[in-house]
Design a protein around this ligand. Sequence first.
Ligand SMILES: NC(=O)c1ccc[n+]([C@@H]2O[C@H](COP(=O)([O-])OP(=O)(O)OC[C@H]3O[C@@H](n4cnc5c(N)ncnc54)[C@H](OP(=O)(O)O)[C@@H]3O)[C@@H](O)[C@H]2O)c1
Length: 501
Amino acid sequence: MAAPPWAGTASHQQFYVLLTGANSGVGLGIGQRIIDEFLTSRSLSSHLVLIPTTRSAAKSRQTILALRAHVEKTANTSNQLRARAGPDYNPKTVISRVHVLSVQLDLCDLNAIYSVAEQLVHGKISDPTGVIDDVAIPRLDAVLFNAGIGGWSGLDWLEFARQFLHVGLVQSTTFPSFKKALPAVILDQRKLLGDAAATSLNTPPPELAEVFCANVFGHYILAHELLPLLSRSHPDEPRGRVVWTSSIDAGHDHLDFDDFQARRTKPPYESSKRITDLLVLTAELPSVEKVAASYFASSPPATTTGEDKPFKPRFYLSHPGIVCTPLFPLNWFLFFAYWCVMYVSRWCGSAWHPIEPYLGACATTWLALADEAELELDAAGSNSSGSSAQRVKWGTCATRGGRVAPKETEVEGWGWDGRVEGRDRPEAETGAGILGKGRGRKWDAVALTRERREEFEADGLRCWAELERLRIAWEVALGKRAKGKGAAAAENGHRANGNGL
Ligand SMILES: NC(=O)c1ccc[n+]([C@@H]2O[C@H](COP(=O)([O-])OP(=O)(O)OC[C@H]3O[C@@H](n4cnc5c(N)ncnc54)[C@H](OP(=O)(O)O)[C@@H]3O)[C@@H](O)[C@H]2O)c1
């Protein structure tokens, strides 16, 4: 079997990216943007190995071909690449630096998640187009959790009219209250467990709701299983990164801890995104680390030699702003009308309307590729605040003309970076342009108080404890861990959580 095309390059010149839900919308945009920014920012001898996941072999093939076509287009048309390489520029050299492979992954099929993780960690990846021979990957530099479902049935036109009259076009197209959620779908336990296990278990594992599983829990399990590829042995190795996708519209009221998976009372999509915010932004807080420790520590040995890898990956949080994709179910006519209205909103001054998937991909791509030092800077590009990018929800903002940039997003209960600033009118202090904190705030946003900040941290702890409880229960049910060990760990999670859920 031939060595992979990047085999001759030094390890630090190879960059491995896994991207979920890459066959459409923002995911495809991220794939294209990663390729472009990698080629224009990294050394001329570096290689990108991009692994998009899709839900079928046919979609994987289509996605690989689409991304390869994008590489060719970029190589043949980019003036920036031409200028960088000088007079001897050869597009073929550029094309030979990008390699696209794919795996199939359904985040609502837990067994499939474990199989895909096993394939990535210990096995080989195939190229369904047959261009690259089966290959094992040594690590993952960035894992981008983009896949997701909306779970909506359509629009509530009356509510749209009410919100439009109340807060205007820009606010109602950024923080819409008029999306109608479908009743929650509960995943079939038999399918999840396999028929034999479903009947032989005395205590069935907790039920899982579809949107919760696709948007959060499936990714949560996947990141845990990929720890051997994401963790590092030495502090000077660049840390693995996991970029989680949220939404700008994920507020405090979207999550009800008595209905954690949003099966009864809350809209499942927004609830899942609020959990994502809490999960990522509190992951490194000392009070939460106690519960999160089991998640980051209990990975199987990193290599067949059992090498310890104590430096865990860093979690980052992003959202694409508002982008026109199939996420919201609209017929072609309404989709076109929606697309036009989004442009009007941007021209009316919205900060959060990149609209096109390639543009919406900006924040996630930046988090995947930026230098580690850059991620310690604040949004304005100065490190005066000393704020780490891990403490911020990064969204793609867009100017009227469609120039995009990563921008800090205010999170209810967390503010911009978890610090209580006591500023009700940040625009007065940070002023300038689209990146100013005053641009794009929700109409009812208020300054962060110490009490709300404490509540956010406590909510983060509850999220981590519940996700750990679910993970352990499902590991036991699927035979991935011994029962006694699972029960004890689940118990610890509950204790740390205080009262459980
Ligand atoms: N569009 C926006 O304005 C917006 C705003 C905020 C956040 N986001 C977030 O951006 C991400 C991408 O959304 P999008 O707008 O690009 O929507 P999209 O075009 O519908 O893409 C969603 C992707 O997720 C995949 N997916 C859905 N369920 C899955 C599952 N169970 N397992 C594996 N993959 C699954 C889909 O695969 P299939 O093609 O097989 O269904 C598709 O590739 C989502 O996380 C979404 O919440 C979008």
